[in-house]
Ligand binder design. Structure first.
Ligand code: HEM
Ligand SMILES: [Cu+2]
Length: 572
């Protein structure tokens, strides 16, 4: 290709854009993938696993919504409905959102962003992936061995007495937890020990701050979930009274343990997505991120405060009023760092040269949807309103705005932003944007009516409802179909680009962080020499070059006396 600068052209003025030999084709055969220690290949395998899980969970969602087209039975009875929303929720939580950005995208991008060759412990990284697969297998086994109908929250005492495959599913959660902990450890050590010369903590891209904060939660909170699951297994298997009052246990204790993990876990879902949005908004507005330090500190603040608010899930569990008031107040305080971030993203865009690329559109969708998700959270944090809204569709709408509309849309933004780097191909921006519009409209059509349903008293986790709710339910189901189709279109556009897309330049969007300095896709070792890091948000350090259709460092442009070697190092 004429526009691609290759290593065969050593006199070239620009950093190398595309290498014939890269991490995708440097070795082949299934063994080279399944035994790989390359963080990028491991990340790709996670991405494939997450995508399959997403479509499986999505299929369940579409079936659930189809059932809700009418108050009468459409597809399934109450027992199947219970199993289906449990599996949908558990798959989406444990197999899609928790590993989505950190394990899949984080694995691929984190070391490259650090200018490093790999994560600190590549073998442990592969181990985490296999643990993840193993845990997922237990989940699938649970579907076959009698299903699961406890809800993804496994609340006792029902989870002690139901005849479904609770133990198998809990073992799955336990194993997935280890995968998450090891990934977190790996990222923390990598960020501490492998930053390149010049990258101080406050020169680190905000995506890395977000992954760091996430990793702290992963290693501090996940063990609690693991132990809770084990206690429940012991109770079920040996009838030792821990949570079941019939055996002398305390069911509310389970809720405390469960939410002590699961509230911080919602930040495992949202923080990395926020990190993605910080990158996407800055790069596609071509402006320095506004309030860098505030965003970085906010990530850490969210991670810390996140451990102090679990009681807001238990306002109606009979906890003392004083405790409830304290949990409510601390919950309000967590919204401050989140609001700081939203403010900083908007201010970053102000007077920027915004380009509505697909990645940017997902970034904007994130800000819009997250604002609604976050603000409706305040109604649930307010004691008086939560008593009314608890366990209604208002909650279902709220958490889908945060989990699906924010975390998952953040993952979509990440995939589109880094796709040229990951795959070496450009996708169709037109079709990408059409899919994004479909996701955005479909999402809001699905979940906005659920706020209304909730305030009017429609309870969650029911396969039937009063006649008066049907109109809103039909709207919601139509939205779900649009959302499903648009997600499939999105996947189609990306997969098509792998076969038919144009070759991607090293830096298609004009980012200034290190991952844009190596060729697309990166070679096996990412960088031949550790690159020198500067401020990752000085967008003026790169300029657009017509010839290659991407951005190159300013010093390479228009100065023919300088030549650049294959690795991108300057030669005098
Ligand atoms: C196509 C989009 C989706 C649709 C149409 C959908 C639909 C539903 C429905 C109908 C329920 C049952 C609500 C109830 O009766 O209480 C549900 C529950 C749930 N969904 Fe989704 N969902 C979608 C995407 C997602 C995503 C992407 C996530 C997470 C990342 C997610 C997480 C959950 C969770 C955690 C539950 C709770 C399950 C439970 O109550 O045990 N959903 N969803
Ligand atoms: Cu919470």
């Amino acid at each position: 290709m004429a526009t691609v600068v290759d290593s065969s052209d050593p006199k070239s003025n620009f950093p190398i854009q595309y290498r014939e030999l890269n991490y995708l084709n440097c070795s082949s055969g299934w063994k080279s993938w399944f035994f790989t220690l390359d963080h990028k290949r491991i990340g790709i395998m996670y991405l494939i696993g997450v995508t399959c899980s997403f479509f499986l969970g999505g299929l369940f969602a579409v079936l659930l919504r189809t059932e809700l087209l009418s108050p009468d039975r459409v597809l399934m009875g109450p027992d199947s409905y219970n199993q289906m929303f449990t599996l949908h929720g558990a798959i989406m939580t444990f197999l899609v959102i928790i590993p989505g950005v950190p394990a899949a995208i984080g694995n691929i991008i984190l070391p490259v962003m650090l200018g490093a060759k790999d994560v600190a412990f590549p073998r442990m990284n592969l181990g985490s992936f296999y643990l993840w697969m193993f845990g997922a297998a237990f989940f699938l086994a649970a579907i076959v061995l009698g299903g699961l109908d406890t809800g993804w929250t496994f609340y006792t005492p029902y989870s002690v007495t139901t005849s479904t495959a609770v133990i198998t599913a809990l073992l799955g959660v336990f194993i997935l937890g280890f995968s998450s902990i090891f990934t977190g450890l790996n990222f923390i050590v990598t960020i501490h020990t492998m930053r390149p010369p010049g990258m101080t903590w406050f020169k680190m891209p905000l995506f890395l701050w977000a992954l760091y904060a996430t990793a702290l939660i992963q290693i501090l909170a996940t063990p609690v979930l693991g132990i809770t699951g084990l206690l429940l297994i012991v109770e079920r298997a040996f009838h030792i009274g821990i949570f079941d009052p019939a055996l002398g246990g305390d069911p509310v204790l389970f809720q405390h343990f469960f939410w002590f993990y699961s509230h911080p876990a919602v930040y495992v879902m949202i923080l990395p997505a926020m990190g993605v949005v910080s990158e996407v908004i800055a790069v596609h507005s071509r402006k320095h991120i506004f309030g860098y330090r505030f965003i970085a500190y906010s990530s850490i603040a969210i991670a810390m405060f996140g451990f102090l608010v679990w009681g807001h899930h238990m306002f109606v569990s009979g906890q003392s009023r004083v405790v409830a008031v304290i949990f409510s107040a601390i919950t309000f305080s967590v919204s401050i760092p989140s609001a700081i971030k939203v403010f900083n993203w908007l201010t970053t865009m102000y007077k920027g040269s915004i380009r509505f690329t697909t990645a940017m559109c997902y970034g904007l969708a994130f800000i819009f949807i997250f604002s609604i998700g976050g603000l409706t959270g305040l109604f649930l944090a307010t004691l008086a309103t939560d008593v009314h809204l608890h366990d209604t569709y208002f909650v279902v709408a709220h958490f889908h705005y945060v989990m699906m509309g924010s975390s998952l849309v953040g993952l979509f933004a990440a995939v589109h932003h880094w796709w040229p780097k990951i795959s070496g191909k450009m996708f169709s921006e037109t079709w990408g944007r059409i899919a994004c519009l479909g996701v955005f409209l479909g999402f809001n059509l699905t979940f906005f009516p659920q706020f209304l349903l909730g305030t009017r008293g429609m309870p969650r986790r029911y396969y039937t409802y009063l006649e008066e709710f049907q109109g809103l339910h039909i709207m919601s189901t139509c939205g779900a179909y649009l959302l499903g189709l648009s997600s499939a279109l999105m996947a189609g556009v990306l997969i098509y680009s792998v076969y038919r897309g144009k070759k991607a330049p090293a830096n298609p969007w004009g980012g200034a962080s290190l991952e844009w300095q190596c060729s697309s896709p990166p070679p096996h070792n990412n960088f031949d020499h550790p690159p020198l890091a500067g401020d990752p948000y000085i967008m003026e350090s790169v300029v657009y070059n017509e010839e290659i259709g991407g951005y190159v460092p300013v010093e390479c442009q228009g100065d023919n006396k300088q030549s650049v070697t294959a690795s991108g190092d300057k030669e005098a």
